[in-house]
Design a protein around this ligand. Structure first.
Ligand code: ADP
Ligand code: MG
Length: 674
């Protein structure tokens, strides 16, 4: 076979130095030394052997053992084929690809590239290692169903069990039947290997008994990478804390005051939390806590700030990284000795009865808590401060998180499976099957928005077009509906704005300033039209960074909006959809929004509890989130894009509508509910 053998892998043989110009050597050597000290390094040969001889190799190794950065570099390149390495998170894709390009002394985008939604940094014919989100790899299957570009596919962070990771595993299992020479590597930070191994075990299927002896074994192999971490001392609080954010801040400052040097990693739940904590810590620092260097880490972080997180703190300062769940396993930070674990993360929860999916701040699992603590033991013995009681850890936390497919809406997932030609959705082979109810709900919704016909087949052209657009189905529906309403130009901008993390810069002690800025752009019709106002003002400012700063707008995000808008515009052209502008006619835009999101239509009900809305589908009681420009206006009828659940259900990204449009837009959907 033309498959690479272990012997070709010079970079990894002991004692073969890089031939480098001597002036560069010291810098390079340190990276090289660092690579050689990683636990995975010692097992390169076993790994190469296993992957050559088996279809599926499962690699288990603690965070930081070198799985993500080293395995793809092990010399797999085979003729024209690439190795793909998937990550559940975009930020991990970007930082890891940059790191590996640096280790290989190449420019990012050449031999090492990456691909996330709306951003492809690679060179056909040159790129050999490609990092990408699992969602993007699934999308690539729409053009190349057997993923023939790749000879090796590594599915990383499999323990996270995100919807798209699970879906990808099911799809890859199908591909393996048609491409027995394809090698899969599944990497995980925790020992869930046996269920994954059983899932990929094709050795007993009679029709697959190999005649061709050169093909790899169908029985998955498991490689455990020996760990190397130090002990971590765990502290619990005696009494439950009632404000985890403040508790996290004071604990962090106490560590800084009382403990010897070593960086601190603080786990919070989301960007808002992180920004608020950053502010509190900096305020304190001005009041005498000197010598600290505080940095945020979350998904929407601009590239320049991402790099700071990985570089050492200025001399004599202690680095404090305040992060969301990202730092649990996705990205490896050096130098952490103390971990502050609030015990919470933002999680998706789906309620099939009310048919809403909400983001909820909820307790993490014991497995996650252990992962978080482990981050303190990378360089030397460390300490983990848990802001919950030992009793809570033992008796309240679940042993492991429920896989995301069991607690998410599956609308996008099912649309994608349909688009990949998988007709019998109910029989798709999942690692953990989602509730049948959730699937039925998703099918109903796709039927309601006109994507599926009564035989559950993709409709033409609408269903096919929606599947083609790299947008959530309801956003895609809104965009496509805008063409007939003569406002595709405006809705294009809205769709692009909905595809970035957030166009606003909040927090950082500018709350009042922020509110005033938002007021300047606020549209009476709601948040989506407000995005349009921001975009137009941004263009009028000649795309000025300074203007963005003055108006609490995220300049990086606006640049992304421009770029995504251009990409979507090309896609619309390809689909033969004309760009039309409605000018000052806002109603057409509202109608387009309603066409996409009518299933989230809600009616105001004035009650003793205050202004509450009730969703048409599911009858859920819900309020407008304070971050919405409609928070005080409370129009009679609205549609929303997403739901957040705290003390109550909140809708976000809200648009006012006229209920008369609903029966016009979706007669079948609203008549049967009356
Ligand atoms: P794993 O995937 O097993 O968690 P990684 O391959 O991500 O491990 O990390 C291995 C090592 O590479 C880490 O210990 C760290 O030193 C280094 N590393 C990884 N990513 C970066 C980065 N973006 N910047 C600097 N060093 C990094
Ligand atoms: Mg990793």
């Amino acid at each position: 076979s033309s498959y690479p053998s272990a012997a070709r892998d010079d970079d990894y043989s002991e004692g073969v130095p890089f031939a480098m110009p001597s002036s560069y050597q010291s810098g390079y050597m340190s990276i090289e030394k660092q690579r050689q000290s990683l636990p995975i390094y010692k097992q390169q040969n076993s790994l190469l052997y296993l992957v050559e001889n088996t279809s599926t190799t499962i690699v288990i190794g603690e965070t930081g053992s070198g799985k993500t950065t080293q395995i793809p570099q092990a010399g797999w390149a085979d003729g024209n084929q690439l190795i793909a390495c998937t990550q559940p998170r975009r930020i991990a894709v970007q930082t890891v690809a940059a790191r590996v390009a640096e280790e290989m002394h190449v420019n990012l985008g050449l031999e090492v590239g990456y691909s996330i939604r709306f951003e492809e940094i690679s060179t056909p014919g040159v790129t050999k290692i490609k990092y990408l989100t699992d969602g993007v790899l699934i999308r690539e299957m729409m053009e190349d169903p057997l993923l023939t570009k790749y000879s090796v596919i590594m599915v990383d962070e499999a323990h996270e069990r995100s919807v798209s990771t699970d879906m990808l595993l099911g799809l890859l299992k199908k591909i393996q039947r048609r491409r027995p020479e394809l090698r899969l590597i599944i990497a995980s930070a925790t020992i869930q290997a046996t269920s994954i191994a059983a899932f990929f075990d094709n050795s007993k299927q009679r029709q697959l008994v190999d005649k061709d002896k050169s093909l790899p074994s169908r029985k998955p192999a498991i490689l455990s990478v020996e760990g190397r971490s130090h002990t971590v001392l765990i502290h619990y609080v005696e009494e439950p804390v009632d404000d985890y954010l403040r508790a996290a801040v004071s604990t962090t400052l106490l560590i800084h005051k009382m403990e010897p040097s070593g960086d601190i990693l603080v786990f919070l739940t989301g960007q808002d939390d992180v920004d608020a904590a950053l502010q509190l810590i900096s305020d304190e620092a001005e009041n005498g806590s000197e010598g600290i260097f505080v940095l945020p880490l979350y998904a929407g972080l601009p590239r320049s700030d991402q790099e700071l997180v990985f570089s050492p703190a200025p001399r004599g300062k202690r680095k404090i990284i305040v992060s969301t769940n990202i730092a649990e396993t996705s990205v490896t930070l050096e130098g952490i000795v103390y971990v502050v674990d609030t015990g919470f993360s933002k999680q998706r929860f789906y309620n099939p009865i009310a048919d809403v999916e909400a983001l909820v701040v909820a307790p993490i699992s014991r497995a996650s808590a252990q992962q978080r603590a482990g981050r303190a033991g990378r360089v030397r013995p460390g300490k983990c401060f848990r802001l919950y009681t030992e009793d809570f850890f033992m008796h309240e936390m679940q042993a492991e998180a429920v896989p995301e497919v069991r607690r998410s809406s599956l609308v996008s997932t099912i649309l994608q499976l349909k688009a990949l030609g998988i007709d019998n959705i109910m029989r798709f082979d999942w690692l953990a099957s989602p509730p049948a109810e959730t699937m039925v709900r998703a099918l109903e919704l796709l039927y309601a928005i006109g994507v599926l016909d009564s035989d559950a087949k993709l409709t033409s052209p609408l269903g096919l077009q929606i599947a083609e657009l790299p947008l959530e189905p309801m956003v895609a529906k809104m965009l496509l509906a805008s063409a007939a309403l003569g406002c595709s130009n405006e809705v294009l901008t809205i769709s692009a704005s909905l595809s970035v993390q957030s166009i606003w810069v909040s927090g950082k002690g500018r709350l009042k300033e922020f509110d005033e800025a938002r007021e300047r752009f606020a549209a009476a019709e709601g948040d989506l039209i407000t995005y349009l106002n921001v975009y137009e003002a941004f263009l009028a400012s000649k795309k000025s960074a300074q203007w963005c700063h003055q108006n609490c707008i995220n300049f990086q995000a606006m640049k992304q909006v421009l770029d995504i808008r251009a990409q979507l515009s090309r896609l619309l052209q390809r689909l033969g959809i004309p760009l039309k502008s409605s000018g000052k006619e806002i109603q057409a835009i509202q109608k387009a929004v309603a066409s996409g999101f009518f299933v989230n239509a809600s009616q105001l009900e004035v009650s003793a509890e205050g202004d509450l809305y009730k969703t048409v589908r599911g009858g859920l009681k819900i309020s407008i989130h304070p971050s919405s420009v409609l928070f005080r206006a409370t129009p009679k009828w609205v549609v929303f894009k997403s739901v957040m659940l705290t003390d109550r259900h909140y809708m976000r990204e809200v648009t006012a509508i006229d209920p008369a449009w609903l029966t016009e837009i979706a007669p079948h959907f609203f008549q049967c509910r009356k």
